[in-house]
Design a protein around this ligand. Structure first.
Ligand code: IMP
Ligand code: MG
Length: 180
């Protein structure tokens, strides 16, 4: 995928479709976590936009933190997951909700789940905006899913290709010029 381009015709989800789905998930989370000690943990960088929109719509007292994980070189999953930032020291009594942009092979999420479980939170659930389940290598139970998507490479709304396109407000399919 050396040369890539984006045009107007490859939108998968528009801003307003995303907003509507985020509102629905936030409403469900607001019901499910009533009375809980909710800590919402965003997985950087990809989840930052979804995370910011989601927590603004959760109608509960909560705290936030982030984890930074790196698993990708260009658009091929390496299977190697490195934690670049892990501030989650004391999770006892915390109801942790992990927020991720996309679950693809599941390797990143399963590694992060292992790390967090060792810190013995009161509960742990997973929220992912996008689920590319066709590509799954390890099983990951996702409690809240935004959209199930086919096996193509997605950018925008926080998701990148080689660091670009994170700022796009819509979710788009990346098209390779090499395919023409
Ligand atoms: P996994 O470990 O294969 O599940 O990959 C998860 C990570 O890979 C996500 O957190 C994303 O950062 C990245 N990723 C997977 N698929 C895509 C995609 O289609 N577009 C952009 N990033 C992706
Ligand atoms: Mg990511």
């Amino acid at each position: 995928m050396a040369n890539t381009f984006l045009n107007g015709s490859n939108i998968l989800f528009t801003q307003s479709e995303i907003e509507q789905r985020v509102n629905e998930i936030a409403a469900q989370i607001s019901i499910d976590y009533r009375g809980a000690n909710l800590l919402v943990v965003g997985i950087l960088k990809g989840a930052f936009m979804f995370f910011a929109d989601l927590i603004r719509k959760i109608n509960l007292e909560l705290t936030i933190d982030f984890i930074a994980a790196q698993s990708y070189i260009k658009d091929a999953s390496t299977g190697n997951v490195r934690l670049l930032y892990d501030p989650l020291v004391d999770l006892s009594g915390k109801d942790v909700l992990l927020v991720e942009d996309i679950i693809d092979t599941g390797l990143t999420m399963s590694k992060i789940i292992d790390i967090i479980k060792k810190k013995s939170p009161h509960s742990l659930k997973i929220c992912a905006l996008l689920d590319k389940s066709e590509r799954r290598v390890v099983d990951v139970g996702i409690d809240y899913i935004g959209f199930k998507i086919p096996n193509s490479f997605i950018v925008g709304y926080g998701l990148d290709y080689e660091g670009r396109y994170r700022n796009l407000p819509d979710i788009k399919v990346l098209v390779s010029e090499d395919n023409d």
